[in-house]
Design a protein around this ligand. Structure first.
Ligand SMILES: Cc1cc2nc3c(=O)[nH]c(=O)nc-3n(C[C@H](O)[C@H](O)[C@H](O)COP(=O)(O)OP(=O)(O)OC[C@H]3O[C@@H](n4cnc5c(N)ncnc54)[C@H](O)[C@@H]3O)c2cc1C
Length: 478
């Protein structure tokens, strides 16, 4: 569908009788905006989606697609949102014929992998904590681990924690499928490309919303509500609109690289999703935000990105591996705090493969080739790493995880701007948490519209102003 047609569709939507559809207003599409849009449509509210580049232009396009509970902190609000989201994902695929296949749903389970005796203890403690909240998790000693994953040889004689109910999807396929489903609804419109770029917002001071979104050619009135779900860019838009710089400081990029490559012929298949135990540090959420913590350098590794513009903390590299429905390997992943550049870094690619080869020895040749390629680039020679050999077929995705200080997303109304809502800051969990986010957001919107007063109290910690107020003063620059 070309965008002028989409625009005229929106104009028609605006003309539909008020009693049937309440025109809602713009939202942004990554996976979070798409789930919000679907939930709004389901509630008989119409939506216009605005996107300046294209579908999956943001973090959603780089996501690995694991929908997991194994690495989360039981009892935290993040756990609750993820658990609700997984229940909604499951309900969706049960209710929607064809969705399971379209999004490449795999009930493959997850394996948290330890790197030696110290982490084996942590793995056993995690098993007890997961079992205590009703999630079945089984500890596998190295011998049993080798039986179910012959290609996996954790360093230091590590074991594994198997959570069979965790699963895998293809995030890009999910976004495309959701957009198709939205477009089939007469209450939906979208503007993609330069005409969908939001250049600014004019917030109405009145009690009944009526905010204006400015694009290059139009001023779009959000009659009832405006949802900002522009991933890591949400903070800047909000700061510019409100004059409050803290929003932009609250949301920061955590750049991530994900590698996709054919499995080397001699390497056994990866049949479960895998993640090294130390990955759990990224999910040790606090309810009070703190400044972005330096990534721990041990036992996961670190690397310097050649594209980093300023001296920052080193990149955090933590091993993850999954197999896509097509059979290709997805290998991750890196985290670089405060890095906005989305060009692939040969140094980071090499560091990810080196880390992965410590767990999957079948990747040793690829790691060596990537290391040589990165060294050549550092010496000013051309990057021909994709040319063949052990790196043949390698493709790289780079995305900006929207990290909100404190490690929890912002979902709900913005105080002082009635009708303005935010859903952003899901860091490495947006694909997993998007359904619960859409549901919670729509509860807030319906309450604001006086349509219903469904409870949102359990997720009070996620309200944007709660998160904003908790930003410590040391991170706030005037
Ligand atoms: C390497 C990597 C691996 C990951 N793996 C997983 C995983 O396995 N499981 C998981 O749950 N999550 C994973 N994630 C995280 C997940 O991808 C993100 O949390 C999620 O995609 C965030 O979605 P979003 O909709 O908030 O933002 P985005 O996907 O970033 O979407 C925001 C959109 O807004 C648009 N936009 C911004 N500004 C404007 C403007 N002014 N006008 C118009 N449009 C604008 C952008 O172009 C973009 O398309 C991973 C992320 C990375 C980088």
């Amino acid at each position: 569908m070309s965008w002028p047609l989409t625009w005229s569709l929106w104009e028609q939507v605006r003309a539909t009788p008020q009693h049937r559809r309440q025109p809602l207003g713009p939202a942004f599409p990554g996976i979070v905006g798409l789930f919000a849009a679907q939930e709004l449509l389901r509630n008989q509210l119409s939506v216009l989606l605005l996107e300046r580049k294209g579908l999956c232009a943001g973090a959603t396009g780089a996501g690995q697609g694991y929908l997991w509970m194994a690495h989360r902190a039981p009892g935290s609000v993040g756990w609750a949102l993820a658990a609700r989201s997984l229940a909604l994902w499951r309900r969706r695929v049960q209710a929607d014929e064809g969705l399971r296949e379209a999004i490449e749903w795999q009930d493959c389970g997850s394996l948290l992998v330890s790197t030696g005796p110290g982490e084996n203890t942590a793995l056993s403690e995690r098993q007890l904590a997961l079992n205590a909240v009703g999630l079945k998790a089984s500890y596998l000693d190295p011998r049993r681990l080798a039986q179910i994953e012959p290609g996996l040889v954790p360093p230091g004689g590590g074991g594994g924690l198997l959570v069979q109910s965790d699963l895998q999807i293809n995030g890009r396929a999910a976004a495309h499928t959701l957009l198709q489903r939205c477009r089939a609804d007469p209450g939906f419109g979208d503007l993609m490309g330069p005409e969908g770029e939001v250049l600014g917002l004019e917030l109405s001071a009145g009690p009944s919303g009526g905010h204006v979104v400015k694009t290059s050619g139009r001023r779009i009135h959000a009659r009832h509500a405006l949802v900002l779900s522009a991933g890591v860019w949400t903070g800047g838009l909000l700061s510019a609109a409100t004059g409050d710089p803290v929003w932009a400081q609250l949301l920061q990029p955590r750049r991530g690289h994900l590698l996709e490559m054919p499995r080397p012929a001699a390497m056994p298949p990866v049949t479960h999703g895998m993640m090294e135990m130390s990955y759990t540090k990224h999910y040790a959420t606090a309810s009070a935000p703190k400044a972005a913590a330096p990534a721990a350098s041990s036992p996961s590794s670190s690397a310097s990105s050649s594209s980093s513009a300023s001296p920052r903390e080193p990149a955090d590299i933590t091993f993850t591996a999954t197999t896509g429905a097509s059979g290709s390997l997805l290998i991750g992943s890196s985290r670089e705090s405060g890095e906005w550049d989305t060009s692939p870094s040969p140094a980071i690619i090499a560091a990810i493969l080196q880390r992965s080869a410590l767990f999957l020895p079948g990747l040793k040749d690829a790691a060596a080739a990537a290391t040589a390629a990165a060294a050549a680039v550092a010496d000013g020679k051309p990057d021909d790493s994709a040319g063949g050999g052990a790196l043949a077929g390698l493709s790289v995705r780079v995305g900006l995880r929207p990290y909100a200080l404190g490690g929890l997303p912002l979902i709900g109304p913005v105080e002082g701007a009635p009708g303005l809502f935010v859903a952003a800051g899901h860091e490495g969990s947006g694909l997993c948490m998007a359904p619960g986010t859409g549901e919670l957001l729509v509860r807030h919107i319906r309450t604001y519209m006086g349509v219903s007063g469904l409870d949102t109290a359990s997720f009070q910690d996620l309200r944007p102003d709660v998160r904003r107020r908790a930003v410590p003063s040391m991170t706030v620059k005037a």
